[in-house]
Write a protein that binds this ligand. Structure first.
Ligand SMILES: Nc1ncnc2c1ncn2[C@@H]1O[C@H](COP(=O)(O)OP(=O)(O)OP(=O)(O)O)[C@@H](O)[C@H]1O
Length: 223
């Protein structure tokens, strides 16, 4: 589904990531962990061609990312839902409009019932008309999950989705991501939160990737 072959990435200076070779297979559940500044967000951006590797090959849905033209990148991105670290909502639009934005920009519509079902699933049915600044951190993150999955993506990437949440809210968010995985979606979550990883591993066969010394390795069972 996503394959890295001997990938390196540098923002211009020294390499941040080197010799990264790994596969995210369909239906898998991965965490990505590592110290602040290690390159977790950068790795996620390589997974949806927001960044192109400076060496090696990244293949998404069987296509090497450098071979994709602009339309093909746009089509590929509809199959990858991203929960961004800072949510990035349009504050003047209600939550319902923010959540459906990825469909609206590609000229598609959402059935009212589908939208109501989706907002109900993330526990925001009562906040469809609310503006983003009035939501709590946990509500914003759940809206971000709804927005990431409105296009029915095959893969969901989440960048520190529980970063500012208390434990109860973190668990609620984790439950949504585990449910998505049970629906067959491939999940990758970048997080510092080792408790979240341990809790997830009791619910799902999650594997843990760790960035260390610019390489990404599969962590042992100790996590
Ligand atoms: N656009 C950019 N230009 C130059 N350097 C960048 C850019 N984006 C990120 N970096 C640097 O690359 C390094 C890795 O950043 P990245 O955001 O991928 O790390 P991270 O592991 O996600 O960190 P955190 O856990 O703090 O979010 C950092 O040192 C960062 O300052």
């Amino acid at each position: 589904m996503i394959a890295f072959d001997n990938v390196a990435y540098s923002y211009g200076g020294a390499e941040l990531l080197s010799e990264v070779s790994l596969r995210l297979t369909p239906g898998s559940f991965h965490f990505l962990t590592g110290p602040s500044g290690a390159g977790k967000s950068t790795f996620l951006k390589l997974c949806y061609a927001e960044l192109l590797p400076t060496a090696g090959q990244v293949t998404i849905f069987d296509r090497e990312v450098r071979s994709l033209d602009r339309d093909e990148v746009a089509r590929m991105r509809r199959r990858v839902g991203v929960v961004h670290q800072d949510c990035q909502f349009l504050d003047h639009l209600p939550i319902a409009a923010n959540v459906t934005l990825p469909l609206a920009v590609s000229g598609r519509d959402t059935g009212a019932q589908d939208l109501a079902d989706l907002l109900g699933w993330v526990g925001l049915g009562h906040l469809a008309d609310a503006l983003p600044p009035s939501l709590s951190g946990g509500e914003r993150q759940r809206a971000a999950v709804a927005r990431a999955v409105i296009t029915s993506p095959d893969i969901v990437l989440a960048d520190e989705p529980t970063g500012n949440l208390d434990w109860e809210m973190s668990l609620r968010l984790l439950t949504l991501l585990v449910e998505l995985n049970r629906m067959g979606k491939t999940i990758l979550i970048a997080t510092h939160d080792l408790n979240l990883i341990r809790t997830a591993k009791q619910q799902v066969a999650a594997r843990v990737l760790r960035i260390k010394d610019r390489r990404i390795q599969l962590a042992g069972a100790d996590l």
